[in-house]
Structure formats: C-alpha cells, structure tokens
Write a protein that binds this ligand. Structure first.
Ligand SMILES: Nc1ncnc2c1ncn2[C@@H]1O[C@H](COP(=O)(O)OP(=O)(O)OP(=O)(O)O)[C@@H](O)[C@H]1O
Ligand SMILES: [Mg+2]
Length: 381
C-alpha cells in the first residue's frame, strides 16, 4: 500500500520542546513528572499477565470456584474491587494466588457449530425400504406441522414437538430423520449425545442451550439427537460429579424442549437402541411423547431394501426373493453390506455383473461377521 502524506510522528515524553526559559524549580517539576510516567510504564511492563478463567460457583460473595482453560479448578478469593461476580462470568485471575481481579467480556469463544453436524440432507422417502408405517407417522408428526401449521391452528390442537425413534442398530432411524429434513427443506442439526457427554464436561448444558439457539436461527430445522440414552438414561445414583454434570445437561435439554412452542419451526428427533433405560421424564407429554418403533425388517421389508440397494447394480439371474428369505434377522445396514459384498465377489472373478451365487456367499460372510461381532459383545460388553 502506498502511503499518502507523512506519518504523524508519535510524541514521546522526550520529544516535547519548549521555546521559553524554565526556572530551575519548573525544570525539576517536569523531570519529576517524567520519572513518574516512566515508573508507571515500567510497572506495567513488569506486571505479570493475568489468567483467564470461568466462574463456576460463588461462595459467601468473597470466594469463588474457578475453572481454568486447562480444566483445573480452584477455590480462590475475590478481590474487593472486582465488582459483582456471578457463576458463568469470565474473569481475570492474578497469577500469584489466583485471586479474581476483575470481570471481562473477553468470553471464551464458544461456537456450537464446531460441535454439531449441520447439513441439508438429500435422502428421499423412496430410498427407505420396509418402513411404510414409520414413514407415515414421521410425516404426520414432523412434516405436516412444518408444512401446514394452519391445519393445526384451525383445529386448535398442538402437534408433538418431537419424536423418539427406537429400535436395533442399522434399521433406518437416521435415514428417516434425514428424509423428513429433506422433504421439509429443513436444516438438519445432528448431535451425538454420547459425545456430548464425554467431550464437553462442564460445558454440556451451555452446548444444549446454544444448540437450540442455533436451531431457531436456522429454522425450519430438525435437531437430531443420536444415542439419546447416553444423556437421558435413568440415573439411580447421581453421586459422582460426572453423573451430576450429565444430569445438568439433561435438565437443560428438558428445559429447552419445554421452552419452545409446538408450532415453532424447530422439531426434535431423538434416537436410541435402548428405550428400556430411558428416563421417563424425556417421554412426558409435551416432550418426545411420540414413540416410533423401527424394528428389523420382515421378509417383505428385506425384499424392498434389497431392491433399493441393487437398483443400480448389474445382475444376472438373481432372484432377490430368495435372498430376502435367506436373510432373516438382518438389518437394513446389513442388507446393504450384502449387496456391496456380492459386488466384490463379482469383481474378484473379473465379472461385470453379479450372480445369485455371489449373493449367497455375501449373505454367509455378513452373517459370520455379525455373529463374531455379537460373541465379541457378549464376551466383553
Ligand atoms: N429401511 C432401510 N431401507 C434402506 N436402507 C436402509 C434401511 N435401513 C438401513 N439402511 C441402510 O443402512 C444404513 C444405516 O442406516 P441408519 O444409519 O439409518 O441406521 P440407524 O437405525 O440409524 O442405526 P443406528 O441405531 O446404528 O444409528 C443406511 O445409510 C442405509 O444405507
Ligand atoms: Mg443412526
């Protein structure tokens, strides 16, 4: 960049010139003032930096529990001129004995978008097999109020704020949630509850708050909470601080759900494989009070899923009905693996089409993998 004109010279205390004669006394005064300024500058340069921390609790107004960036917590004194300090404030601590010197607005930046997945999914209803009933219910509970809120207003009824999808792994729960986000052109905000619990010790409740704020900003939106049981499991003993923290996060979640209106453009979809351990508080009327079971597909469902995942595959003489008969107990995700594995068997034999034999081998392979997986789980889990 080109400079236009001369830079104004910064004036230090030695640059001041006088064009009149000073008496000795006056000169002394000026020198003393200079010394004072220099001493002050020196003091500032010598003073150690302050430490940024967050206040967790305030005790008797003159002590506080503070948490440093590294997670360490201390009980410290609040200095008299620090002003009113409250839990949640960011404060500066003096280095020597960590006493709270003053409040700051230099808040630790907390950007919830870093911790969630935000997307506009493109999953279509047609790509989901064997779940007609569940699709209908999700459409009724989530799609209809988002698309036609007046229907509910006119009738004077309140649609559920959210649903809970439950069932075994790999049965299409995430798929259903994404499909309804796509069909309503909603922002899909995904958070995995087990991660929330593990990674954000001390920040969970705040994250939940920010999550709902984000959802309102990006509405229409769907908050998708996967593995909800990690957060909302019934707690018998909330003795440990970790458990208390999870409990606090869970309470915040309930408060946020209670706080928004049924016809607002934010919906919640919770997901779990373990409905048996859920705290009934989350299922109370006005919360996730619609339960939708997503079971393993039956024979007809399996056939539909196989058709979906083979729609772009080149096949010769494959009777998918036989395959769906042979895959009792398979989930949608496993059926998808069967199709991929069958393709691999063809590739290994240098064919550009897939045969029924490839599928049979694939079924065996996936079954074996699942069994090994299960015996591993019963051994260790
Ligand atoms: N009903 C289905 N129709 C078509 N594909 C399916 C179906 N169920 C599962 N799949 C396939 O399996 C993959 C995984 O499914 P999804 O993530 O929806 O399972 P989930 O029920 O959410 O499992 P988890 O409980 O482990 O999270 C999907 O991306 C899809 O390819
Ligand atoms: Mg899932």
């Amino acid at each position: 960049m080109k400079k236009t004109g001369a830079e104004p010279k910064k004036e230090g205390i030695d640059d001041i010139t006088y064009n009149f004669k000073l008496t000795e006394d006056e000169e002394k005064k000026i020198l003393e003032a200079k010394v004072k300024i220099l001493q002050e500058q020196l003091r500032l340069l010598k003073s150690p930096p302050l430490i940024l921390a967050e206040v967790k609790e305030v005790l008797n107004n003159d002590e506080a529990v503070v948490k440093l960036e590294n997670g360490n917590q201390f009980l410290v004194k609040i200095s008299l001129d620090a002003g009113k300090i409250e839990p949640g404030d960011s404060v500066f601590l003096e280095q020597k004995n960590l006493s709270v010197v003053r409040k700051t607005t230099a808040k630790k930046s907390f950007n919830v978008e870093q911790f969630v997945i935000i997307e506009k999914p493109k999953v279509s209803w047609e790509s989901i097999g064997g779940l007609d009933e569940q699709i209908k219910e999700v459409q009724e509970v989530i799609e209809l109020p988002l698309k036609k809120p007046n229907l509910f207003k006119d009738l004077g009824i309140q649609p559920p704020k959210g649903v809970l999808l439950y069932g075994p792994p790999g049965t299409g729960k995430t798929l259903l949630a994404k499909a309804v986000a796509a069909s309503t052109k909603s922002t899909f905000i995904e958070i995995v509850a087990s991660e929330l619990v593990q990674k954000f010790i001390g920040e969970g409740a705040k994250l939940v708050k920010e999550l709902f704020k984000l959802a309102r900003e990006k509405s229409p939106s769907i908050i998708f909470i996967d593995e909800l049981d990690a957060l909302a499991a019934r707690r018998i003993d909330v003795g440990t601080s970790g458990e208390r923290e999870v409990q606090r996060t869970f309470m915040q979640l309930l408060a946020e759900i209670d706080g928004f209106k049924p016809l607002s453009k934010v919906k919640i979809i919770g997901c779990t494989n373990r409905i048996d351990i859920l705290d009934p508080a989350i299922l109370r009327p006005g919360r996730l009070d619609r339960l939708i079971e997503v079971p393993l597909p039956n024979e007809k469902g399996r056939l539909e899923i196989l058709k979906i995942h083979t729609s772009k595959m080149k096949m010769k003489n494959v009777d998918l009905k036989k395959i769906s008969k042979a895959t009792n107990g398979f989930s949608g995700a496993e059926l998808k693996s069967v199709c991929t594995e069958a393709g691999y068997f063809a590739i290994r034999e240098n064919r550009n089409y897939v045969t029924e034999e490839d599928f049979k081998k694939a079924v065996k392979k996936v079954k074996k993998e699942t069994e090994e997986d299960n015996s591993y789980k019963t051994m260790f889990g």
